[in-house]
Design a protein around this ligand. Structure first.
Ligand code: PHE
Length: 371
């Protein structure tokens, strides 16, 4: 039978002692049968609730009804009783350690830990890292620069004539509200990683060998082979007596390291304002082996030519060195070569992906294939 509070008829010491003892015993028994949080709450409320909890009832029934001469004694006993009951109720929390729900919560330290998946390296990042590594092995160090760049570093110091088409709003994403600044200070999203050539030459004296990975932007609508945001890997080597032979030897070696020792390289004349002479470098198609065919089918990645365009390169234009002449780059004393390639395009070819957008729309099902 559940414990209920009844009026005290007898306020003698022994009768009060017995009532107190009965109450404590009842509370202790109930405390021992609390098994979970819900039961604990019910138990607590039953005893402690201000409104009509057992302790409140004891207050009302035992104290208020006490005859004058027993009031003091009854008050002391009820206070002691409350303290005991409170202890039991607090203890009930602790005794839950034995309950079923506590057993469920208990930590089994012999179980394996919770594995947090760390995700996979994005194919473009992976390609970039692999390419950077090839050049690091040749003694190149990594240099980086800001994505929001000034007109000076993106164009002027790279020998872009004022009306060169690459400055055109067709290609370049300009930051708004720059009109009040002189042209060279106006901000834009860099259209290539080449500004880091100048930035690094301002800081470090020759000889210099750097590889520059980074994000670039151009005002191209997204499609299967274009994105307004993409990635480049740039390189720059400056020293005394660097020749076009060094350029060819370095890039040929790097492509064999990256794509496999059987690829061949081919250099064809091209134009960049900051290199002279300039070239486009092709590698023999590593998909069809240079034949232009895959069995009876035409090889699509190389458009049946057997060659794939990989990068732009050339000897650093003396006009570029003029901008950093005071830091040891007098074009009469030093020469150098530079190159720049699109990391996304290389990743597309390498992994046989046919839509560039897949790299950027964050579909885990696509990315998971590279883990
Ligand atoms: N910056 C050039 C581009 O984005 C590539 C390049 C880099 C060409 C270095 C020559 C030398 O197209």
């Amino acid at each position: 039978m559940a414990y209920t509070v009844s009026k005290l008829k007898d306020y003698s010491a022994s009768a009060m002692e017995k009532s107190v003892a009965d109450c404590i015993r009842a509370c202790a028994i109930e405390a021992a049968s609390v098994h979970n949080d819900a039961e604990l709450k019910i138990f607590r409320d039953r005893w402690m609730a201000r409104k009509n909890g057992i302790l409140t009832q004891i207050n009302d029934l035992w104290l208020k009804g006490a005859p004058k001469d027993a009031k003091r004694e009854a008050g002391i006993r009820v206070n002691e009783l409350k303290a005991r009951i409170q202890k039991i109720i607090e203890g009930a929390k602790v005794s839950r350690a034995d309950s079923a729900s506590a057993a469920a919560e208990r930590v089994d330290i012999s179980l394996p830990g919770i594995r947090r998946p760390i995700g996979a390296e994005h194919p473009v990042v992976k390609t970039t890292n692999e390419m950077v590594r090839v050049f690091q092995k040749l003694g190149y160090s990594v240099a980086e620069g800001p994505v929001v760049e000034t007109d000076y570093y993106n164009f002027e110091s790279l020998n872009f004539p004022p009306n060169h088409p690459a400055r055109d709003t067709q290609d370049t994403l300009f930051i708004a509200g720059q009109q009040s600044k002189p042209q060279r200070e106006r901000l834009l999203l860099r259209t290539h990683t080449s500004p880091v050539q100048i930035r690094t030459m301002e800081k470090r004296r020759p000889p210099l060998r750097i590889v520059i990975p980074g994000v670039v932007h151009r005002n191209d609508p997204p499609d299967a082979s274009h994105s307004p945001m993409f990635h480049q890997i740039e390189g720059l080597a400056v020293d005394t007596n660097i020749t076009f032979g060094d350029l060819k030897g370095t890039l040929d070696h790097a492509m064999k390291e990256f794509f496999g020792s059987s690829v061949k390289t081919s250099f064809r004349p091209s134009f960049f304002p900051f290199t002279e002479p300039s070239a486009e470098m092709y590698v023999s198609c590593f998909i069809c082996g240079g034949s232009g065919r895959r069995g009876n089918d035409p090889c699509r990645p190389c458009k049946q030519t057997g060659w794939i365009e990989i990068l732009g390169c050339g000897m650093v234009d003396p006009n570029v060195f003029e901008f950093v002449k005071d830091n040891g780059y007098d074009p009469r004393n030093v020469s150098g070569f530079a190159f720049g390639m699109g990391a996304d395009r290389i990743a597309l070819l390498k992994y046989g992906v046919d839509d560039l957008q897949l790299f950027f729309n964050g579909d885990v099902r696509f990315l998971r294939q590279f883990s």
